[in-house]
Design a protein around this ligand. Structure first.
Ligand code: TYC
Length: 113
């Protein structure tokens, strides 16, 4: 009895009489995350960098000092991971503050893969 609309298929797993296929894929994308990076230079005072990490990234003095030393020794460190908007704000705050104090400190962001 092929294609009789009132008789269900006998074959298990056969969708031929199903009227609805449910799409179970989530409709929301995960927000992309961005790493905020601090770069070393030879001129910005260590205490200035520590202050920035406390002020703009909510770190304790001990955490700030540790990250500052990592940047000083390795050249760069991730200081936080944020949404695009927050990362952009942090980079702007750091660059503004450094420029106002005439230090060459560089702060950038990059997409986390
Ligand atoms: N290298 C700097 C100095 O010796 C200190 C420093 C640390 C500068 C971290 C920038 O992101 C930085 N005064």
């Amino acid at each position: 009895m092929p294609q009789d609309p009132f008789v269900m298929s006998d074959n298990p797993g056969d969708d031929s009489d199903a009227s609805l296929l449910v799409d179970t894929r989530p409709k929301t994308e995960r927000p992309k995350l961005y790493k905020v990076l601090l770069l070393n230079d030879d001129y910005t005072p260590m205490e200035f960098v520590v202050h920035i990490l406390e002020q703009f990234f909510g770190m304790t003095h001990a955490q700030s000092f540790e990250i500052m030393l990592t940047v000083h020794k390795k050249g760069v460190a991730v200081v936080g991971v944020f949404s695009h908007e927050i990362a952009e704000t942090k980079v702007g705050q750091v660059m503004d503050f450094a420029r106002r104090h005439q230090h060459p400190l560089q702060c950038t962001m990059e997409k986390e893969e």
